[in-house]
Structure formats: structure tokens, C-alpha cells
Design a protein around this ligand. Structure first.
Ligand code: HEM
Length: 505
């Protein structure tokens, strides 16, 4: 205890004075010999690490997944076997805002979970929405440039945001979700979250099904209006972090019920649209939710930087029994996260305690900056070797995945089954009147500063999704109904061309 109270330098030597610099005479300049002062200043200058390129603002907590149902016919993953209890860590985030952004912004929320399974870490890096804006990796950096800051003004720009969204009609469903009441959750506890992509599961017999992951809140869905959010942000920009921390601190552990949706390989071939397109949903009526278990958050981190800021999740981390799919968007993510973290945290970031697996990690990677785990001592650094060290385990190999078609740059919009507006239209039609009114109000408010051509583009999309949705948006945005009807006859490329100029009216 006494040692705990003693101030030392970075190598444990006692510090004599932490207030008064060593100076040449009582009123003289500081001398180089004040090495403790130099160390202190130098460390401070290097304390900031790069923020995540998106999802920079976030909060985390530890928890556990308890599997209550038997889905072993779909997957052999030990983490998903009946009765399994697995420790986990979840980080919630907003997407567009930087590290200091306010929590109560209209945005989707990221929900990334690391399950420390007995077969290595499984990361499910999802959001609080069942689908995403776009579906090709090429569009991803552009989406973020459009929703983040304008290169000239340095400010966020509704014009850029809506211009980009409306030029890609596949964004329509996600725009509808973000502009709805769900665009500003009341807390992280009051929202569902989803893996979004189509993943795969395979069982002991190596039979594969396609799967989507859903976590449905047991706290009930609660959202905020623009006005409520503005008031909260004016008082406390960290309101969601505070809510999560304080709720867990007083023992009110938030819970979610975990479900999967399953599609057989044969169903996927016969499905009426591309089941691997992340902008499409699998309707629950056709692919019902299958209960898996319960996820609970029950412990706060001890140190924000060590555990939340340094947490590193990647969809590339799967375990036997859980796999990827032909989803081209997912494929792009498999590269991006590890690459970002090698830059953001360094090559050995998986040794940081929050990221470290709870099972033995036996790989042949060696060295690199900040290697702090002993670097495998004298163990061989090459394979194959005759010393009997770490061999591959062919029994965990995934079943082969049949693919078809020539290599090419396919535009999903050329696929005759592609309908960018079905999901958005269906969502509108199941909304109650108060939700519809909010969606229209939020959209008109968000688009207030946007030029008319972009408003026309969005109104055309809404009209294609549902005549009532279109009509009410035309009214709220003050557009000419005849002009929208005329534009609606155009195909996507023609519509985009016809609405390039701000004076479309
Ligand atoms: C091709 C598309 C995408 C790319 C290239 C991409 C890339 C990235 C990158 C580079 C980061 C920062 C990682 C870090 O520094 O640790 C990130 C964070 C994140 N992304 Fe994506 N992303 C994509 C799509 C998605 C989608 C579809 C989802 C949800 C299903 C998602 C959810 C998240 C979440 C939750 C985080 C924050 C993780 C954390 O809390 O540390 N991203 N993304």
C-alpha cells in the first residue's frame, strides 16, 4: 500500500518533486537536467492515438452470452451450443461523429461484440439497423466522406450527405430507418442490434446454411425526437455513455435476446432477390427468428483508454462453425478492420488485454513494435518444423462453397431481381401514423438546407417505394407533384442525370 502511494518515474525510481521545475537560480530558466520534467512532457505529447476512421465515439462494457436453445443442427461453434456461457465485450458507437461528438445525434449506432470463446475470439461487428446504406466496398470510403466534414468548410454538410445517399438508390431503406424515430435511440439499452450481413453456419457434418444474427432488446425500444435530443446534447454530450455506465454500476444489467434467421443453400438459390445483398432484409414471415440465447452486459471497464479505445474488432475473426458468405460488402470488411488496427494500435494489438483471446494463441507471427508477451521465447519461428510445434487443424476446414459466373464488375442494379425500394416501402406500410408523421418531419428538417434537385431525387425514390410516402414527402418538401411524376418515369441513371443541376425546378 505504501508503494502504491509513492510517485515514481516510468522505470520505478522515486520522484522527489512534481511541482517545482529545476531552475538555474530561484528566478532562472529550467535546466535540461530536470529529466523528470522532460519525460512528463514527452509522454504527454504522444498520448493521443489516431481515432477510428468512423465509429470514433463509443462506450463499452463486458458481458456474457448464455445459450438457452439448441441450434446445433446448424452450427458446431462451441459458443453457440446449448448451455454455453461465454464472456464478451461490447462497444457501442455513433458512426459519423468524431471522438468528441455528442451521443444523441441522428445516426446509426455501431454495436461491436467480442466473444472470448473456447475456440478463439469471435467478433460480431454490427449496427442497430438490419441493413446498410450501400453494398459495394468501393462506396464505403465515399459514404464516410459524404457524411463527415466538407473539405472546404470543415463542417458537416447535409448537402453532401443527401447528394451521395440519393445518387445511390440502394440507400433508400437505410435512409428511411435513420430518418424514422429509430434514428436517435434513447439509450444503447433501448435498441436492437444486428450482424446485418449474411453469414454462414456449418454443423458437425459440415452442412452449411446462411444466417443472419439479431439481438433484440429486453428493455423495449425507446427513441428521442430531434427536440428531445437537442435538449440533452445541450446539457450532456456523453448521455448514452453515462446511461450505460451508471445502469451497469447500479446492477441494472441490460439484456438482449439473441436470434438467428436461417436460409438453406437451396432457398438462397431460389430466393426472389440476392440474399447476400446487405441492403436487403430477409422478411421474418419467410425466415422466422430462431431463438438462441440471452446476452447481458454486467461489468464496466476499469479504464476507458485501455479497454474501450484500444478495443479492436474485426468481422474477419470467426471460429469453427461460423463463416462468411459471398456478400461482397462483407468480403471488403474482412481486410479493412485489421488493416485499420495495425495503423491505429500497432501490429501487436491483439496482445492488448481487451483484445487477447482467453485460449492459448499459437501462431508464428514474431516481433513487431511493442511485442510484450515474451515473443514465444525459444519456440521455433518457422513451420513446418521437426520440433512438433503448432500444426494446422484440417478438421476445422469449412465446407467448400460453390460459386458460379465469370469474374467481372457486376452492377447489382443490372440484376433484374434488384428492387431498391421494396424494403423501404414495406417499412413505411407497417409504420403507425405517428411514426409516419415523424419520418416525414425528420426528413424535411434534415433536408432543409439541401438544394431542390436532391429533394426531387429523394421524393422520386419515396414515390417508387409507396405512393403515400412519396405524396407526403412532396408536400413536406414543397415540391411540384407533376415534376416528381415526370421524373419517376426515368430509370436510375436518367434520374441522376436529370437532377444534377440545382435549378431542376
Ligand atoms: C465495406 C464496408 C465497411 C468498411 C470498409 C468498414 C471499415 C471500418 C473501419 C476501418 C473501422 C474502424 C476500425 C478500427 O479502427 O478499429 C470500422 C468500424 C466499425 N464498423 Fe465498419 N466498415 C464497413 C461496413 C460496416 C458495416 C456494414 C457495419 C455493420 C454491420 C460496420 C460496423 C462497424 C462498427 C460497429 C465499427 C466500430 C467498431 C468498434 O467499436 O471498435 N461497418 N469500420
Amino acid at each position: 500500500m505504501d508503494d502504491y502511494k509513492k510517485l515514481t518515474n516510468e522505470v520505478g525510481a522515486p520522484v522527489a518533486d512534481n511541482e517545482n521545475s529545476i531552475t538555474a537560480g530561484p528566478r532562472g530558466p529550467v535546466v535540461m537536467q530536470d529529466v523528470w520534467l522532460m519525460e512528463k512532457m514527452a509522454h504527454f505529447n504522444r498520448e493521443v492515438i489516431p481515432e477510428r476512421r468512423m465509429h470514433a465515439k463509443g462506450w463499452g462494457a463486458y458481458g456474457k452470452l448464455t445459450v438457452t436453445h439448441d441450434i446445433s443442427k446448424y452450427t458446431k461453434a462451441k459458443v453457440l451450443q446449448p448451455g454455453a456461457v461465454t464472456e464478451a465485450f461490447t462497444r457501442f458507437s455513433t458512426v459519423a461523429g468524431e471522438r468528441g461528438a455528442a451521443d444523441c445525434e441522428r445516426d446509426i449506432r455501431g454495436v461491436a461484440t467480442k466473444f472470448y470463446t473456447s475456440e478463439g475470439n469471435w467478433d460480431l461487428v454490427g449496427n442497430n439497423t438490419p441493413t446498410f446504406f450501400i453494398r459495394d466496398v468501393h462506396n464505403f470510403s465515399d459514404l464516410n466522406r459524404a457524411v463527415k466534414r466538407d473539405p472546404k468548410t470543415g463542417r458537416r454538410s447535409a448537402q453532401n450527405n443527401w447528394d451521395f445517399w440519393t445518387l445511390l438508390p440502394e440507400c433508400f431503406h437505410q435512409i428511411t430507418v435513420v430518418m424514422s424515430d429509430r434514428g436517435i435511440p434513447a439509450s444503447f439499452r433501448n435498441m436492437h442490434f444486428y450482424g446485418e450481413h449474411t453469414f454462414s453456419l456449418y454443423n458437425e457434418k459440415n452442412e452449411r446454411v446462411w444466417c443472419k444474427f439479431h439481438f433484440r432488446t429486453q428493455q423495449g425500444i425507446k427513441n428521442l425526437t430531434n427536440e428531445e435530443a437537442a435538449e440533452i446534447n445541450g446539457i450532456d454530450r456523453e448521455s448514452h455513455g453515462k446511461d450505460l455506465f451508471e445502469t451497469i454500476e447500479r446492477g441494472g444489467f441490460p439484456k438482449w435476446t439473441m436470434y438467428i434467421q436461417v436460409m438453406t443453400e437451396e432457398q438462397a438459390i431460389n430466393h426472389y432477390e440476392n440474399p447476400f445483398d446487405i441492403t436487403k432484409i430477409w422478411p421474418h414471415a419467410e425466415y422466422p427468428l430462431i431463438e438462441v440465447g440471452m446476452y447481458e452486459l454486467n461489468r464496466n471497464p476499469e479504464n476507458y483508454f485501455a479497454e474501450v479505445e484500444q478495443a479492436a474488432f474485426t468481422p474477419a475473426h470467426v471460429v469453427p462453425g461460423i463463416g462468411f458468405s459471398p456478400d461482397r460488402f462483407l468480403q471488403g470488411r474482412l481486410f479493412s478492420y485489421g488493416d485499420a488496427q495495425r495503423y491505429r494500435l500497432g501490429i501487436n494489438h491483439n496482445q492488448i488485454p481487451v483484445n487477447r483471446a482467453k485460449v492459448a494463441v499459437n501462431e508464428y507471427h514474431r516481433d513487431g513494435a511493442m511485442r510484450v508477451d515474451g515473443n514465444y521465447g525459444a519456440a521455433p519461428a518457422y513451420t513446418p518444423n521437426s520440433a512438433g510445434f503448432w500444426t494446422a487443424q484440417p478438421e476445422v476446414a469449412e465446407p467448400p462453397m460453390a460459386l458460379e459466373g465469370a469474374m467481372w464488375r457486376y452492377d447489382p442494379k443490372d440484376d433484374p431481381t434488384d428492387d431498391c425500394f421494396r424494403a423501404g416501402g414495406n417499412l413505411w406500410r407497417v409504420m403507425t401514423e405517428d411514426k409516419k408523421a415523424l419520418l416525414i418531419h425528420n426528413t424535411a428538417t434534415d433536408m432543409a438546407s439541401v438544394t431542390k434537385n436532391i429533394k426531387y431525387r429523394h421524393a422520386v425514390h419515396a414515390l417508387k417505394a409507396d405512393p403515400e410516402y412519396g405524396r407526403r414527402l412532396i408536400e413536406a418538401l414543397g415540391l411540384c407533384p407533376d415534376k416528381v411524376a415526370e421524373l419517376e418515369k426515368l430509370n436510375n441513371n436518367e434520374l441522376n442525370r436529370a437532377t444534377l443541376s440545382a435549378d431542376v425546378d
